[in-house]
Design a protein around this ligand. Structure first.
Ligand code: GDP
Ligand code: CA
Length: 336
C-alpha cells in the first residue's frame, strides 16, 4: 500500500511496479486534498498524475497533465476574462475532467469515478481516493489584496492550495494549512482494509505536508497505519536539504519542520514509540530511506528509533527508481 501525492508518488510507483511484477497487487491511496472546481469541472490533480504516469499518458517533461497537450480551451477562457486564468487546464486533460464531472453529477462517488477513468488508463495499481467526501487543502496567508495600515497586522485569508501553489508559486508565506471538510470525511471504500491487510506500506517521496500529511489527516487513516501489521518504510523527498522538485520547503516552513531528511523523519515519527516524538497522534515509520548526500544523518535518525540507510534517491530513470524501491524493501526485510 502506498499513500501518494502527485509526481513523487507516481514516480516511485513506477519503480515499485517494475520490482514487484504483475502478480503483486499495489494499492494506492491517493491524495484528493488538491482537488478543485475549475470552470465547472472537477479536477483531481494527484489522482490524475498517478493514473497518467502509470498509464503512460503523462507529460514526462512537466510531470503533470498529458503528453502532446494543447491549451486552446484555457486560452479561449482567458479571452473571455474568466478566472481562474492561472490553472493549467489542457485540452486532452479536459476530457478526463468532463467525464469525471458528469459521473459525479450523476451521483457516483469519486472512488467509482476514479475506477471508471482507470478502465481506460490501466495504471496497473488499485487507485483509491483517500476519501469520497470533499476535503480541500487551504492555506492561510496574509491577504494579498489588502495593504495593512502602518503598525497594524495584515489581515489573513485562507486560499485554495492550488491558488497558493500555482498562482503565487508558494511565495506568499503560509501561516498554516486548513483542511476544509475534514470533519465530515471518512476514508474511501477499501482504504482501511488495504492498510490492515497489505504486506508492506511504503511512504513515497511525496510532499510530507500537503500530500502524505493530508491523507494522514483523514480520521482513521493515521491510526490504521500506526497499528498496521505490515512494516512501514518511508523514502525522503528531501535531498541535501532541498526538495527535488516543487516547493515542499515552503510547506514545511509553515509547520516548523526543517527541510532535512532528519526533520521529516522526526515529523513522521517512529511507530509504536514508547515516548512519542514529533508526530501528533502516533508515529508512522519503522524505517526511513535517505539520500547518500544526507548519509551523515543516519545515526540521528536511528537514535529516533527509526531504521535508516542512505542510497541514491534521485528518480532520474526507471532503473534507478527500481533500485530505490528495492532498497526501501530491503530496509524492512521485505522480499517481493
Ligand atoms: P505533487 O503532488 O505533484 O507535488 O507530488 P508529490 O507530493 O507526490 O511529490 C512532491 C515531492 O516529490 C517533492 O517534495 C519532491 O521533493 C519529491 N520528488 C520529486 N522527484 C523526486 C526524486 O527524484 N527523488 C526524491 N527523493 N524525491 C523527489
Ligand atoms: Ca499534489
Amino acid at each position: 500500500m502506498v499513500p501518494a501525492g502527485g509526481i513523487g508518488g507516481a514516480r516511485l510507483l513506477r519503480g515499485l511496479a517494475a520490482v514487484v511484477g504483475d502478480d503483486a497487487v499495489i494499492t494506492v491511496i491517493g491524495n484528493t486534498g488538491d482537488d478543485i472546481w475549475v470552470h465547472g469541472l472537477r479536477v483531481c490533480p494527484d489522482l490524475d498524475t498517478v493514473m497518467y504516469t502509470l498509464g503512460n499518458g503523462i507529460s514526462e517533461e512537466r510531470g503533470w497533465g498529458r503528453e502532446d497537450e494543447t491549451f486552446t480551451v484555457k486560452d479561449e477562457l482567458a479571452a473571455y476574462g474568466v478566472e481562474p486564468t492561472w490553472f493549467g487546464l489542457g485540452d486532452r486533460d479536459t476530457a478526463t475532467h468532463l467525464i469525471r464531472t458528469q459521473l459525479l453529477h450523476a451521483g457516483y462517488p469519486l472512488s467509482a469515478v476514479t475506477a471508471a477513468l482507470c478502465d481506460r488508463w490501466k495504471p496497473g495499481v488499485q487507485l483509491l481516493p483517500m476519501s469520497d467526501e470533499r476535503v480541500e487543502t487551504h492555506v492561510v496567508v496574509d491577504d494579498p489584496d489588502q495593504t495593512p495600515e502602518p503598525g497594524q497586522a495584515a489581515a489573513r485569508r485562507a486560499i485554495h492550495f492550488q491558488e497558493w501553489w500555482i498562482r503565487y508559486r508558494a511565495q506568499l508565506p503560509a501561516h498554516s494549512f486548513a483542511y476544509v471538510g475534514l470533519d465530515n470525511a471518512k476514508p474511501g471504500p477499501g482504504v482501511i482494509e488495504a492498510i490492515d491487510t497489505c504486506d508492506l506500506i511504503i511512504i513515497p517521496p511525496s510532499n510530507p505536508v500537503v500530500s502524505v500529511g493530508t491523507i494522514l489527516q483523514i480520521p482513521g487513516i493515521r491510526e490504521a497505519i500506526v497499528e498496521a501489521p505490515a512494516p512501514v518504510v518511508g523514502i525522503s523527498p528531501i535531498i541535501a536539504g532541498a526538495p527535488v522538485r516543487g516547493m515542499a520547503d515552503a510547506c514545511l516552513r509553515a509547520i516548523d519542520v526543517p527541510t532535512t531528511a532528519t526533520g521529516i523523519a522526526r515529523h513522521y515519527g517512529p511507530r509504536r514509540a514508547l515516548i512519542p516524538i514529533g508526530a501528533s497522534g502516533g508515529g508512522i515509520l519503522d524505517a526511513w530511506l535517505i539520500d547518500t548526500s544526507d548519509a551523515a544523518a543516519v545515526p540521528d535518525i536511528e537514535a529516533l528509533g527509526i531504521t535508516c540507510a542512505a542510497v541514491p534517491l534521485l528518480m532520474s530513470n526507471l532503473a534507478k527508481t527500481a533500485d530505490m524501491a528495492r532498497a526501501a524493501m530491503d530496509l524492512v526485510g521485505f522480499t517481493p
